[in-house]
Ligand binder design. Sequence first.
Ligand SMILES: Nc1ncnc2c1ncn2[C@@H]1O[C@H](COP(=O)(O)OP(=O)(O)OP(=O)(O)O)[C@@H](O)[C@H]1O
Ligand SMILES: [Mg+2]
Length: 291
Amino acid sequence: MTPAAAVSPSGASAPGGGAPPLLRLRGITKTFGAVRALDDVNLDVHAGEVVALVGDNGAGKSTLIKTISGAGPANGGTITFDGSQVHVRSPQDSAGLGIAVVYQDLALCDNLDVVENLYLGREERGHNQPFSRLDEVAMEQHAIELLEELQVKTLASVRTEVGMLSGGQRQSVAIARSLLGEPKIVILDEPTAALGVAQTAQVLALVARLKERGLGVILISHNLSDVFEVADRIVVLRLGRNGGEFPATADQRQAVVAAITGLSAESPAAAAAAAAEAAAPSALTKKEASS
Ligand SMILES: Nc1ncnc2c1ncn2[C@@H]1O[C@H](COP(=O)(O)OP(=O)(O)OP(=O)(O)O)[C@@H](O)[C@H]1O
Ligand SMILES: [Mg+2]
């Protein structure tokens, strides 16, 4: 199967019974001086859908995310959100639309506890005391409820300092924090890159729960096993362009590997690469540099 024969960019096989996408990017272009990092890129994300964004190092994944998050606005193309064309020129624009990004470094404060991290910058205050002490009780209660809802069960206490938590627990806290702004789309940049097997499973379960809540999720990952486990659709970027779009079913593995590498899907090399990837996940698409 060639990338061109895969799912159409309009998301013909996407969930939602043909509902229009929540987020639609068309013809996105981004240049850095003479470097064209993104060239005419299209991407659709529906509510309740996990879209994996994959591609080799330098393919343009982080650059594309920055055009959505406002951290690095596009030079050309259009962004449609919830049916209206929008301009995303800053992270505030993006957050205002309901787009949350969990970056790979998570930006948590190690010396603060889970509740303090969740509410950093958006502290609740008692209704009767608008200028008085923070409403610690309410924040703690909300934190416990949110983590229960997300079935984050391994935290001994929400008063544990985040510096004491495991990588998977830290990732869970960062994802929970992103939900406090009640976003419609959550973008996760390499959420399992630094995690062991059990912690990866926890985070993938959390991604599935975001989908259950009706959120659109964009998952950037170099680990195709994770991608096939949790995504509905896989969008490949290659050299700054759309490299193909595939349903995340096991029979697509070879086609996805071919699209990432630029090999022909029918070639023995692509078959060998897909087999190697399946046997030693992420060996092929191993992350060599952090975004
Ligand atoms: N600020 C910048 N200035 C110049 N070139 C840039 C800048 N940011 C990204 N690029 C270039 O854009 C291209 C895409 O980079 P990007 O970081 O988006 O890739 P990526 O797919 O996220 O890769 P990785 O998997 O390694 O994180 C690369 O050629 C990169 O060198
Ligand atoms: Mg990157």
